[in-house]
Design a protein around this ligand. Structure first.
Ligand code: ADP
Ligand code: MG
Length: 686
């Protein structure tokens, strides 16, 4: 059923929901909260601590007053009291409170405490008359992911109605024997309690069941992919001598590099199809591993495609690999969207004829009708921009024996997670860095250091260096109690860049790149920074993946607490790539015990894997990868850090289901099969 037929939701509100991808009641039921608010615990006014969200029972002390602040901001104020103290209330743009809060009457309020413990305030609290609580106070309420413009109240109302429409005896996606064996509740209970939990225990039961289903679906998909590619078989290469390559490299390979190359060689010479993920920290030397494997395949008589997530990265690879490979007799080509039609045509011809041995490009390489004479190996650099679907698609493409696949990733993923995310691949973890690296000096600071840091930026630029300033892309205000007129999303980043350009560093050249810009503009901004034409690059995490600007010596991260530690580590890897002493400054906007511990890890460690494991331990529930721009499988609920036990159980169940029903064609598995197909479909989208 279309959401627009729900009570109180017409075309306009349906449009808002549509922006969040919510078109049907089914979508709503599966739009899971990202957090919950406990509005069941009441506090006295004398017990309030700033920063906490609380429920209070209080009586209105005076009529609501109105004041106009500026265009778009009207304030409505009053004060309330209970037997223990007083509190002020402020509402933004809420004329209705003048009628609904009556002097002398008692209400239950819920909101986040601001002000001080002695003089507490609530901004924009929700409220119900005392004795009538139960809708917006006095219960556990869901908080949904939302962009500005789609209020929580609308989402809650829509979801609540959608849930009422669920049939009482709803069919369950999980076969009954699986539910019994794993002690999982019925889907109907889970759906209701994940949104509006009766108790915290009920929520946990619901969550466990839904997470299990999500993980099981993924595991079924991955195990099926893997068994298909195993059955397919791969071309068997012969071992070749690479000693000329090693002596041209100019350095001794690290043990990690040697082991990774040996793993890939074993795969490619086994007669099986290689699907291998090599994980190595930023700067661990994955390019040399890629080059060795490429050469193996080329000397084995086939062609190799090396794909990077962006055109700039592809160009950088071509620059660093072409001289070396050419000396070894390999014909290296670069294919990017920036080239002229004639240039592209020449490259295509050389690939089709088999003349070119190694072709470097973005993933467009495989989509834009590029035909290889005999593609034997595909190398994907910085894999996390490629979904599982693309991984699967690659081997289905060519007619002859499918190409081997080598995937390089700098995202350090703890083992339990990589089993989940890359269950269709074999994994090599490449530990250690080449000798002689200077670690990036890391500082964690707060606003008090702003001016000092700004001076430090000037000093670095004065020395001829360049600087990154990273801002999170914040789409929603911190919560519904925040100032609604503050800019969010791309606008906030634009504003930040404008401030630097116009007020803070008018004498410097400030560039801007964020994920909402057009691909062409993004590339242009990055390129001009890479050429040294801008001094400061304001960026969102789009730069996280591998751009190499050796002249950049300082990276400043705003709101560092909002990032996953692995992400911060990747960001930090953007500096310290040249000969210059390099620095990373992490600005903390809000700080608490966990964020301080997390930052301490950043300060004291330079090992991406250690950082990832520590973050996993510390954060518990939370999104390990920070935001979701990664193209990694997106879970609606599962939290790969907290749910490792369930990951294992799901993998076991997946194996036993597929052992009895490899194509999931039994009636008991039909609903699951549908889920698996849908998930695989979704993963392909970036
Ligand atoms: P990443 O793993 O981040 O892709 P790169 O392959 O770009 O790292 O390597 C980073 C730098 O380290 C390059 O300049 C490369 O030449 C150098 N390098 C790679 N392997 C070694 C090694 N074994 N010894 C010394 N330097 C190395
Ligand atoms: Mg790299």
């Amino acid at each position: 059923m279309d959401v627009k037929y729900l009570k109180g939701i017409g075309e306009k509100r349906a449009g808002l929901l549509g922006k969040l991808g919510l078109f049907t009641c089914g979508d709503l039921v599966e739009y899971y909260p990202r957090a919950y608010e406990d509005r069941t615990v009441y506090k006295k006014l004398s017990e309030l601590e700033p920063g906490n969200a609380v429920c209070v029972r209080a009586t209105v002390a005076q009529p609501v007053t109105h004041s106009f602040v500026r265009q778009g901001l009207d304030l409505y104020k009053t004060a309330v009291f209970d037997e223990s103290g007083m509190m002020r209330l402020t509402f933004f743009n809420a004329p209705y409170v003048q009628d609904s809060l009556i002097q002398g009457e008692s209400y239950v309020f819920f909101g986040r405490v601001t002000g001080t413990a002695l003089s507490p305030e609530l901004n924009n609290p929700v409220f119900e008359p005392e004795g009538k609580q139960g809708r917006v106070t006095g219960r556990i309420l869901p908080k949904y992911p939302s962009t500005a413009g789609c209020p929580q109240s609308l989402l809650r109302n829509a979801v609540e109605q959608a849930l009422e429409k669920l049939p009482d005896s709803m069919p369950d996606t999980l076969p009954e024997d699986v539910r019994r064996e794993r002690g999982l509740c019925h889907l109907g209970f889970a759906a209701r309690n994940i949104h509006f939990p009766q108790t915290w225990d009920a929520l946990e039961v619901a969550r466990r069941r839904l997470v299990f289903e999500e993980l099981l679906t993924l595991q079924l998909g991955l195990v099926r992919l893997k068994s298909r590619s195993l059955r397919a078989g791969g071309r068997r290469l012969q071992k070749v001598d690479l000693s000329d390559f090693y002596s041209l490299l100019g350095f001794e390979l690290t043990d990690g590099q040697k082991a990774a190359i040996a793993d890939a060689e074993r795969d490619m010479c086994s007669g099986r199809l290689m699907g291998r993920l090599v994980q190595g920290d930023v700067g661990s030397g994955k390019t040399a591993v890629a080059a060795a494997c490429a050469l193996m395949a080329i000397r084995g008589g086939c062609q190799v495609a090396l794909m990077a997530p962006t055109e700039i990265l592809a160009e950088q690879h071509a620059q660093s690999l072409a001289p070396l490979m050419t000396r070894l007799g390999v014909d290296v080509r670069l294919l990017t969207g920036r080239m002229t039609a004639a240039q592209k045509k020449a490259v295509r011809l050389s690939l089709a004829s088999g003349e070119a041995g190694l072709c470097i490009g973005t993933h467009a390489l495989l989509s834009e009708g590029v035909g290889f004479q005999d593609l034997g190996l595909i190398i994907m650099d910085e894999q996390h921009r490629f979904g599982v679907r693309q991984r699967a698609g690659l081997s289905e493409k060519s007619e002859g024996p499918p190409p081997h696949r080598l995937i390089l990733s700098a995202t350090p993923i703890p083992r339990t997670l990589s089993l989940t995310l890359f269950g269709d691949l074999d994994v090599t973890v490449m530990r250690g860095l080449p000798p002689g690296r200077k670690p990036v000096k890391t500082y964690v600071v707060d606003e008090a250091y702003r001016v000092r840091i700004e001076n430090f930026v000037r000093k670095q630029v004065g020395l001829g260096r360049q600087v990154y300033c990273i801002c999170p892309l914040i789409d929603e205000p911190a919560d519904e109690f925040a100032d609604p007129s503050a800019p969010t999303g791309a606008a906030a980043v634009d504003k930040y860049a404008r401030r630097l350009r116009e007020e803070v560093f008018p004498e410097l050249r400030v560039g801007l790149v964020h994920g909402r810009m057009k691909g062409k503009d993004k590339e242009a901004a990055m390129r001009s920074f890479a050429r040294g034409e801008t001094d400061i690059l304001v960026a969102t995490t789009v730069i996280e993946v591998g751009v190499d600007v050796p002249n950049a010596s300082l990276i400043i991260v705003e709101n560092a607490e909002r990032f996953g530690l692995s992400q911060l580590h990747q960001l930090r890897g953007r500096v310290g790539r040249g000969v210059h002493e390099s620095y990373c400054v992490l600005f903390l906007q809000t700080s608490n015990e966990t964020s301080e511990k997390r930052m301490e890890i950043m300060r004291s460690s330079n090992d991406g894997f250690a950082i990832a494991e520590a973050d996993l331990d510390l954060r518990g529930p939370g999104d390990f990868f920070g935001d979701r721009q990664h193209g990694l499988p997106v879970f609606k609920l599962a939290d790969l850090s907290g749910d490792t036990g369930l990951v294992r159980e799901a993998r076991e169940t997946a194996a036993s289901i597929l052992a009895s029903d490899p194509e999931l064609s039994l009636p008991a598995h039909r609903a699951l099969a549908g889920r698996v197909d849908r998930l695989m479909e979704n993963m392909g989208r970036d």
